[in-house]
Write a protein that binds this ligand. Structure first.
Ligand code: ZN
Length: 344
């Protein structure tokens, strides 16, 4: 792997590292690779819900704290662009708490991802943003910022808030009732995306508050992950499934990260119809950038130079500014994949 680290850095790949990806101290890692590095990503709050820094609000994974703090300090002192990831609704800690759980209309409860319609959780996320912002980092990679898919959420609060908009009793609201009427379905999409954007807006406010409190020269950037996969209808389908609107995110944070084919192991090859469809669905990137935004291409489980080159090619063909990724898949990957594209 040591050879790859060097190659990945040389290719300006923003590597989002888990401390366990590196079998050496932060100091040794930085002194070995700093001369190749322009940017570096490190997990700040994992999908387990645990923080890898000494958080006062989230449960802390203590064994990673020293590594996190040393890495951030060293990278900052060498002027390396540092990004810290923060899983938002993908939170296995709150996912176990019935007050936060997201649920299907038939009462199937998820425990890996919570309902976005939780104003109090936005406040919790805002605290996490401020805590991360107290470190000299340049960027937060905001992961898991949407709904699991169109079949969510039918928790008590979502029923109560949405049912009146389509003339239904909260207890009698079903997914079937919504999709049978195109107007209701459109209202569902609109309402869910408003929820998602409000959550992101609150975190962006927190970043601005932190900028003022710490007197940052350059504002802390929040880069929002969006999932784009053929199983969920590429870019257009993703809007309805997960509840985000690229242009609205552009207005709020100005930075987007496309998690490419999260549910599909193989990327289409250049020249194939599927590749062309993908490139076409990413046309929105141009408009996003024209309005001053930045777009990154991200993928889980990138370990070979071939995989890296595939991303470089697609980035080039679509005008995407930066490529990023992780070496490994999230630990709860199979559950997530099943909940996002499985049958309901
Ligand atoms: Zn809900």
């Amino acid at each position: 792997m040591s050879q790859s680290f060097r190659e990945f850095f040389l290719n300006k790949f923003l590597m989002l590292l888990r401390p366990t990806d590196i079998e050496m101290s932060a100091k040794d890692f930085i002194s070995t690779y700093a001369s190749y590095m322009t940017s570096l990503g490190i997990v700040g709050k994992a999908p387990s819900g645990h923080a890898y820094y000494p958080s006062r609000t989230a449960p802390v994974d203590k064994e990673h704290v020293q590594f996190f703090e040393e890495l951030i300090d060293l990278a900052h002192s060498l002027d390396i662009h540092t990004a810290v990831s923060m899983d938002f609704y993908t939170d296995g800690w709150f996912g176990r708490d019935p007050k936060y759980q997201t649920i299907t209309d038939r009462g199937v409860v998820m425990t890996h991802q919570i309902c976005p319609n939780r104003e109090e959780f936005w406040e919790y996320g805002a605290e996490i943003v401020k805590e991360i912002a107290s470190y000299p980092v340049d960027e937060i990679l905001l992961l898991g910022a949407g709904f699991i898919r169109d079949h969510f959420c039918f928790c008590e609060r979502c029923r109560r808030d949405f049912a009146p908009l389509v003339g239904q009793e909260p207890d009698r609201l079903t997914y079937q009732y919504i999709v049978e009427n195109p107007d209701y379905h459109a209202a569902w999409h609109k309402w869910r995306s408003d929820v998602v954007h409000e959550g992101i807006r609150r975190l962006q406010e927190a970043a601005r508050e932190a900028d003022e409190a710490t007197g940052r020269a350059t504002p802390l950037r929040i880069t929002v992950e969006v999932l784009i996969d053929p199983e969920s209808g590429l870019a257009e389908g993703a809007k309805n499934e997960y509840g985000y609107d690229y242009s609205v995110i552009g207005q709020i944070t100005g930075s987007l990260m496309i998690n490419l084919y999260p549910w599909s192991p193989i990327l289409p090859t250049r020249g194939s119809k599927e590749y062309d469809d993908l490139v076409e669905s990413l046309y929105f990137v141009n408009e996003f950038k024209r309005r001053g935004g930045t777009v990154s291409l991200f993928r889980w489980g990138v370990t070979t130079m071939d995989q890296l080159r595939e991303l470089q090619d697609l980035a080039k063909d679509t005008g995407i500014d930066r490529i990023a990724g992780t070496f490994s898949y999230p630990q709860d990957y199979s559950v997530r994949r099943e909940s996002a594209i499985g049958a309901y």
